[in-house]
Structures are given as structure tokens and as C-alpha cells.
Design a protein around this ligand. Structure first.
Ligand code: SF4
Length: 157
């Protein structure tokens, strides 16, 4: 059915867009690309005390083809960069990327020849969560920002 032809003034189309956005923001299947010490805080956030299940983000996937949010957690070296790009390319659209920790966002204090100075030099990033490491509360804040972004965008189906 062509929904737009059956709607008056685009009402049905916009409601459909909102509904798909709502469904997508509460069904986040994350791929944890964990390389360094930030992983401890990533695991702490996943524990029952912070309860990421209430955001629909409690089930990590370890196949990029089954994931829609790539969580990049920890320092990325230039040797690792092609692997990260390959994982990102394997994910189906729509997909989003979260940079977790200052190393991932900017390279952090690793100002040297081996470290990527921010993963946005390799792949697009939707949400940056700074901190070394970020506290779980920061992670939840980033997760909610991601949900807002997913809800607000035009939903491709
Ligand atoms: S931001 Fe800090 S805790 Fe996270 S990977 Fe870098 S050095 Fe480790």
C-alpha cells in the first residue's frame, strides 16, 4: 500500500515515520568493538544496576550483520583501523556509531604514531561519549542522545 497516497496532508506518513523511529530507538542491537580499558566501564554499564534493557539496548550482538549500533570502546591503533572499517561496512543500514571514551573520540593522550586521532577519521560517528573512562551515567546520557537522534531522523524502510 502506498501510504502517502492514502493520507491527507501527509498526516499518516508522518505518524508512520514517528512510529518506526520509536520502534528503532527501543530496539538497539549493539556491536561492542572493545579494544582497551574502557571495556570495564562498558561492562559496568551493562550490569543490572544501570539496566540498559529499559532503553531496549540490553542485547549485544557479535555479528555486524545483526547489529545496528557500533559501540567503539577503547583506543584504536592504525593497525586496527582497517578492521574497524570492515566491521562498519558489513553492517546493514540504518546504522549508527557511538565513540566511547576520549581515546576513541580524539586519540586521547596517546599522541603518537600508532594511534588513530579519533575514529571519525575512519567512519562517521553519531554520538561522542567523552571521559577516561566515561562513567556509566555518561554512557546512559549518550545512549539517550542516540535515541533522540534515531527518533528525529527520516526513517528509511
Ligand atoms: S579513554 Fe581512558 S579508559 Fe578509555 S581506553 Fe582510553 S585510556 Fe583507557
Amino acid at each position: 500500500m502506498d501510504v502517502s497516497q492514502n493520507a491527507r496532508g501527509g498526516y499518516l506518513t508522518s505518524r508512520l515515520n514517528d512510529m518506526i523511529g520509536w520502534a528503532r530507538k527501543y530496539s538497539i542491537f549493539q556491536y561492542p568493538f572493545v579494544t582497551a580499558c574502557c571495556g570495564m566501564e562498558y561492562m559496568a554499564t551493562a550490569c543490572s544496576h544501570y539496566d540498559v534493557d529499559r532503553f531496549g539496548a540490553g542485547l549485544p550482538r557479535f555479528s555486524p550483520r545483526q547489529s545496528d549500533v557500533l559501540f567503539v570502546v577503547g583506543t584504536i591503533s592504525h593497525k586496527m583501523a582497517p578492521v574497524l572499517k570492515h566491521i562498519y561496512d558489513q553492517m546493514a543500514d540504518p546504522k549508527w556509531v557511538v565513540a566511547f571514551g576520549v581515546c576513541t573520540c580524539t586519540g586521547g593522550f596517546y599522541d603518537n604514531y600508532a594511534t588513530v586521532m579519533g575514529i571519525d577519521t575512519i567512519i562517521p560517528v553519531d554520538v561522542y561519549i567523552p571521559g577516561c573512562p566515561p562513567r556509566p551515567e555518561n554512557v546512559l546520557d549518550g545512549l539517550m542522545k542516540l535515541q533522540d537522534k534515531i527518533q528525529a531522523q527520516k526513517q528509511e524502510v
